[in-house]
Design a protein around this ligand. Structure first.
Ligand code: A2P
Length: 341
């Protein structure tokens, strides 16, 4: 069986990766529609050697579609997800619009695939830093519950979209030529710099990105008890995020046991060479499906603490790949027709 798929936001950083993944994973496609803003109408994108035209987003665009992979921002998802569901499609949404909605499953297929069964037409793809962290923490949490997570992130420009990636390249060129860097997409120059994450600040003093890591991880793990805190920082890296994670368990967690568990964990690749000081790096994580994990060590400040470091491709597992894996899960579990029932 093959499926009619629409990509909403096909021209963006995540949209173009979705296109690439549908092709390279040989996703069973009967028909593919590429949707973006009016600005992109007239352009085409290549899929399996064919030039597919970009179409504008209209009600009719969602007719005869089984799966919508949406990555065009929260506002666009809020406007169109309901329309797509009413027309019989299942929407896998990469924006934050529906993630915390009690009736919307929030899924990392390696962690909580069972949540897909209860969907009512919309499934949310979690925040990128959250996806990457859950892949490394869940296999340990299953063995011994984590009490508290303290995370610090080093997030690439890709999280702010294709235009932000271009802006960092331009700023880098400008600085090397002695010119003043211009920041239009991101709030400050990112080249040769870093700054606390640019998502809106909340009354708690945390930015929204930090609270996503807290709330989404609890929802995915199905545990409101885990205490989580995070500091999110934007760094001048193009497309892979890094995270320093401190975990506190009820009882001590032997680092060698953690290493053995993570070396077998789905979606995780252990990268640890203590002789050469070779650990996960964003340039090595870029373009890879797996989250690279390493520097697993006992926390010397707490006998039940464990430290680890990870890098993962923000556009791939942090967004597009996770969404395609959710679509594959829906097919495998026969969960696509429930919206039309
Ligand atoms: P476009 O390229 O036509 O602006 P990114 O996250 O890399 O910035 O990409 C955002 C994606 O969302 C792009 O494909 C963009 O299309 C699309 N998009 C943004 N706003 C809208 C909108 N109002 N309607 C449809 N697509 C949109």
């Amino acid at each position: 069986k093959s499926y009619r798929v629409a990509i909403l936001g096909a021209t963006g950083a995540v949209g173009t990766e979705l296109l690439e993944l549908l092709e390279s994973r040989n996703f069973p496609i009967a028909n593919l529609k590429l949707l973006a803003s009016e600005r992109s109408v007239g352009k085409t994108l290549k899929f399996k050697g064919e030039n597919i035209p970009i179409e504008p987003v209209t009600e009719q665009a969602f007719e005869n579609v089984d799966i919508v992979l949406a990555s065009a921002g929260g506002g666009t998802s809020k406007t169109w997800a309901g329309v797509a569901v009413a027309k019989g499609a299942v929407v896998i949404d990469n924006s934050s619009a529906f993630r915390m909605h009690p009736e919307v499953p929030l899924i990392v297929p390696e962690v909580n695939p069972q949540a897909a069964a209860s969907h009512k037409g919309i499934i949310a793809n979690p925040n990128c830093t959250t996806i990457l962290m859950t892949l490394a923490v869940w296999p340990l949490h299953k063995i011994k519950p984590v009490k508290r997570i303290v995370a610090a992130t080093y997030q690439s420009a890709s999280g702010a979209g294709a235009k932000a990636m271009e802006e960092v390249k331009t700023q880098t060129r400008d600085i090397l030529q002695g010119k003043q860097p211009v920041a239009e997409v991101l709030p400050y120059p990112l080249a040769f710099n870093l700054f606390p994450h640019n998502s809106p600040l909340t009354d708690l003093g945390y930015c929204e990105e930090e609270l996503k890591m807290v709330n989404e991880t609890r929802k995915i793990f199905g545990s409101q008890e885990i205490r989580i805190t995070a500091t999110c920082v934007r760094v001048p890296v193009l497309r892979a995020h890094s995270e320093a994670i401190n975990l506190e368990f009820e009882t001590p967690f032997n680092p060698d046991e953690a290493r053995a568990i993570l070396s077998q964990a789905p979606g995780v690749k252990l990268v640890e060479d203590w002789q050469t000081n070779h650990f996960p790096m964003p340039i090595e994580a870029s373009g890879q499906d797996e989250v690279l994990v390493g520097r697993i060590r006992q926390d010397i400040s707490h006998h039940c603490g464990l430290e680890l470091w990870l890098c993962g491709d923000q556009i791939r597992k942090g967004a597009a790949l996770n969404a395609v894996q959710i679509a594959e899960l829906l097919i495998e579990k026969n969960l696509l027709q429930s919206t039309t029932a």
